[in-house]
Ligand binder design. Structure first.
Ligand SMILES: Cc1ncc(COP(=O)(O)O)c(C=O)c1O
Length: 293
């Protein structure tokens, strides 16, 4: 597939501004940036018009952790498209079940329930809906300046910058300063369904929480645990710490506190799928089956 759909980089930028994002194009022009992504392989891609070879140090929020066009991922996707298609979501699928099983295995089997989604924001919405549905509570506590996506509940939990253009916020969402346990403790109570935190909030300037923060967050949410009407007993005594940026797990042990396998949060979404397959999933402690009586 030829990345040069237009005769020049400038024409590409013009079409992009007209049909997709004038704001992005204005910013790139201001920065004198004319880059259009062309061929890509491993850690390198070329500029479609100049042919310059560039290292991708950006990594697109984790989706290219396995490199551009990773051969194993491509082979698996090609093989799948040779024999199956999107299927019918009303029917039972062994392939879907076994993908969920393999995702669950990455959590050591601690999170056996999987809900598939198409984007990070949607995964956050699913996680918050599950937490609310299972606990019967409405409150969602998140960090000021955080980002969880632009979809309905996710945007409500994020920074006001992303949601004020769309009107008043939804009820039940409270924000506290990141890395402030006193503020979190004061905000979490018996109406809290979920605490939603990024381990390293990018939009806040990549601050690293002080040692023990996430462990203490876990203690706070467990103390406020619910005895609600979940259909599975394993939800008892749990509020969910959702870690949307588990993929940004830092390497340094001090920064990794709370992310050891045994301390996996109750739900998480993850998008390390090699940049070839666009989907997200939420893993949960039990298959989520919320029925209101
Ligand atoms: C921490 C975090 N959560 C959620 C999202 C939303 O993901 P998506 O853009 O796929 O909806 C992002 C996207 O950058 C993110 O960084």
């Amino acid at each position: 597939m030829d990345a040069r759909q237009y005769p020049t980089s400038d024409a590409t930028y013009g079409a992009y501004a007209k049909h997709i994002s004038p704001g992005k194009v204005a910013l790139f022009r201001q920065l004198d940036l004319h880059l259009v992504m062309g061929e890509r392989e491993g850690s390198i891609f070329t500029d479609a018009y100049t042919g310059d070879r560039l290292y991708n140090c950006h990594c697109n929020g984790g989706v290219f952790n396995l490199g551009h066009r990773n051969a194993k991922v491509l082979d698996a996707v090609r093989e799948a498209f040779d024999s199956v298609d999107i299927g019918n979501h009303h029917l039972v699928s062994g392939l879907r079940a076994s993908l969920a099983e393999r995702l669950s295995a990455t959590t050591g089997g601690e999170l056996p329930g999987v809900i598939f989604g198409v984007g990070g924001g949607e995964a956050m919405d699913l996680a918050l809906k599950a937490a609310r549905g299972v606990t019967g509570r409405q409150g969602v506590v998140s960090a000021k300046g955080g980002y969880h996506g632009h979809t309905g509940l996710a945007v409500a939990a994020g920074d006001p910058e992303y949601r004020t253009p769309f009107g008043p916020n939804l009820p039940g969402f409270v924000q506290v300063p990141f890395d402030d346990l006193d503020a979190l403790e004061a905000a979490v109570g018996d109406t809290t369904a979920a605490v939603l935190l990024e381990p390293v909030p990018a939009t806040l300037g990549m601050p690293i929480a002080s040692g023990g923060y996430f462990r203490s967050v876990g203690d706070i949410v467990r103390r406020a645990g619910h005895h609600g009407r979940g259909t599975d007993r394993s939800w008892k005594d749990r509020i969910d710490v959702v870690l949307p940026a588990a993929r940004r797990r830092p390497r340094h042990p001090r920064h990794r506190q709370g992310f050891e396998r045994r301390r996996l949060p109750d739900q998480r979404d993850d998008d390390d799928t090699g940049g070839a397959v666009l989907f997200r999933a939420v893993a949960a402690r039990a298959s989520v089956d919320v029925r209101r009586s």
